[in-house]
Design a protein around this ligand. Structure first.
Ligand code: GSH
Length: 307
């Protein structure tokens, strides 16, 4: 087993051109192994293999990898690894591979996952799923001290924060650019990206109240934003990181509002309705989508229990 000792580079200043925080990795000596307790989540467009199937698949070696590439190239199903738990060993950290640590349930992680898929990086950036309810200690200790997902292991550093990561993935890897060159669009992109947190907060606040006033204003803002550029149905006209930043949250807000608040967020908002329609045609995004029923149930537990 290879033991890799790597020098400390603990500060953000020493990280690459980006201003993202990065964490040093100390050493790695533990082999990757599969979780004993797989979490099988439901995805309309994706398969999560059971550990047994995954082992079998690994043993098929190159041939399987080739067919996996073929599956990806044809835009078919991606085989997702099971979530790692407190009993799982870490992957062979800092071995030169690029890994995106996510939770399949996390909308922030989903942003980075969509960006990876949109750039066609399924084979270059390996997904590592973490069970947040039963988190492996090594994740905090060796990978990402803030102990949240998403994080990206790349070039012997680990970076986090979803909005920083989607920019990082876009600018540090090959694949179609997800950020426009046009200065007016770039400026609007910055405005929309900095609005995401307050947008989410307004909607979350409305979920804990009886009315929909707080959410109305937030969704109206989105409708107006979607009307600004007319060269396509997306926030900046054409598809971009802004759509990726909002999609995981809008994906949850729509079915929850409809079922629990009896509030159709697309009613009277034709641009938002068209945005959902176009987003749902995007295969890279669809592969990350959760079962809407599951999303609604999880939001019910989170918001209705507190009322
Ligand atoms: N601001 C962070 C938020 C990430 C975040 O809160 N992730 C959640 C899962 S959805 C998490 O890791 N929670 C674990 C914890 O807070 O201990 C980002 O945008 O990446």
């Amino acid at each position: 087993m290879a033991i890799l000792n790597v020098s400390l580079r603990g500060t953000a200043a020493s990280s690459s051109s980006s201003s993202l925080p990065s964490w040093p990795h100390l050493s790695n000596s533990v082999p990757f192994s599969l979780s004993k307790k797989p979490v099988i989540a439901k995805f309309p467009n994706t398969t999560i293999l059971s550990p047994l199937k995954l082992r079998l698949q690994a043993s098929f070696g190159k041939k399987t990898r080739a067919s996996l590439s073929a599956i990806m190239a044809t835009g078919g199903q991606e085989v997702l690894p099971p979530a790692l738990t407190s009993t799982s060993d870490p992957p062979p950290l800092f071995d030169g591979k690029t890994r995106l640590y996510i939770s399949y349930q996390c909308p922030y992680a989903q942003r980075a996952w969509i960006s990876r898929n949109c750039k066609g990086l399924e084979e270059k950036i390996q997904l590592v799923s973490i069970d947040l309810q039963d988190r492996p200690a090594w994740y905090k200790e060796k990978v990402y001290p803030p102990n949240k997902v998403p994080s990206l292991e790349h070039n012997n550093e680990v970076k986090g924060e979803s909005l920083d990561l989607i920019r990082y993935i876009d600018s540090h890897f090959e694949g179609p650019s997800l950020f426009p060159d046009d200065p007016a669009k770039r400026e609007f992109a910055e405005e929309l990206l900095s609005y995401t947190d307050s947008f989410n907060k307004s909607v979350f606040a409305s979920f804990k109240e009886d009315g929909t006033e707080a959410a109305d204003a937030a969704f109206d803002y989105i409708e107006t934003a979607l009307s600004k550029f007319e060269d396509g149905p997306f926030f900046l006209g054409t598809f971009s990181l802004v759509d990726i930043a909002y999609a995981p949250f809008l994906e949850r807000f729509q079915p929850f509002s409809l079922e629990v608040k009896k509030y159709d967020i697309t009613a009277g908002r034709p641009k938002l309705a068209a945005w959902f329609e176009e987003m749902n045609k995007n295969l890279a995004y669809k592969k990350t989508r959760r079962d809407p029923k599951e999303l609604v149930e999880s939001y019910k537990r989170r918001f209705l229990a507190q009322k």
